[in-house]
Design a protein around this ligand. Structure first.
Ligand SMILES: Cc1cc2nc3c(=O)[nH]c(=O)nc-3n(C[C@H](O)[C@H](O)[C@H](O)COP(=O)(O)O)c2cc1C
Length: 204
């Protein structure tokens, strides 16, 4: 981390607006050096009390296949019921979600984000890891990689922790990573989510 001259070409706003949740990937492998570079910058996120309490496990190959199997089981044991209720009128969404959990869209790499629990606040621990995850997603997009931030699998955290030997850490999110094989449409952003108080009329 000695050299802070970041060579990225994409503007920050372009990355923020252009990043999408990708759910279909090309099988092409992602070189380890590329992933290492993403983390070199992602971990510059802020963290509560500067604990830098994130911990990421990056898997590919056979280990990745085992993760996908657990995901598929997690869908049936912990996610399916909610999805079927929420999308009762959209069977195609139910089918696509089930398929995504069973395949992770063919992503060659899976990133599992963990938090080291601290003595004070679980919310703070989670928010710190979330900040690093968002950095990771934006950096991946800048490198032409696709990602999807998933918390669905974490409902079956015990299975994942057992598989990875991660007892004592909190499973925050699972992120498939790879070269995208789709260009998802951007979902509309909801208006009225920011309220300004105390500004004069001219400023507001
Ligand atoms: C905390 C969090 C949890 C999410 N969990 C899932 C998930 O389990 N499965 C999934 O397919 N997408 C998941 N998503 C992705 C959202 O569905 C997606 O961000 C949203 O629909 C907006 O689309 P966009 O990311 O392309 O802007 C999650 C996103 C966040 C931030």
């Amino acid at each position: 981390m000695g050299d802070f001259q970041y060579e990225g070409k994409m503007g920050l706003r372009e990355a923020i607006v252009g990043r999408r949740s990708v759910r279909r990937f090309k099988p092409d492998p992602v070189p380890k050096e590329v992933i290492e570079e993403l983390f070199e910058y992602a971990l510059w996120a802020p963290s509560g009390m500067n604990r830098q309490n994130w911990y990421f496990v990056v898997v590919t190959g056979e280990d990745r296949d085992k993760i996908v199997k657990v995901c598929e089981r997690a869908y049936h044991s912990h996610v399916k019921g909610t999805v079927e209720k929420l999308f009762a009128k959209a069977p195609q969404v139910i089918k696509a979600t089930e398929n995504f959990f069973a395949t992770l869209g063919g992503a060659p790499v899976v990133v599992l984000a963990y938090a080291d629990p601290g003595p004070y606040s679980e919310e703070t621990d989670i928010q710190s890891v979330a900040a690093a995850i968002q950095n990771l997603l934006l950096l991946a997009y800048e490198k032409g990689l696709g990602t999807c931030w998933m918390t669905g699998p974490t409902f079956d955290w015990e299975e994942f922790n057992r598989l990875l030997g991660m007892e004592g850490k909190k499973f925050i999110a699972l992120i498939p990573l790879g070269y995208p094989d789709e260009e998802p449409r951007p979902p509309k952003r909801k208006p009225g989510r920011v309220e300004y108080r105390g500004f004069s009329e001219e400023e507001a």
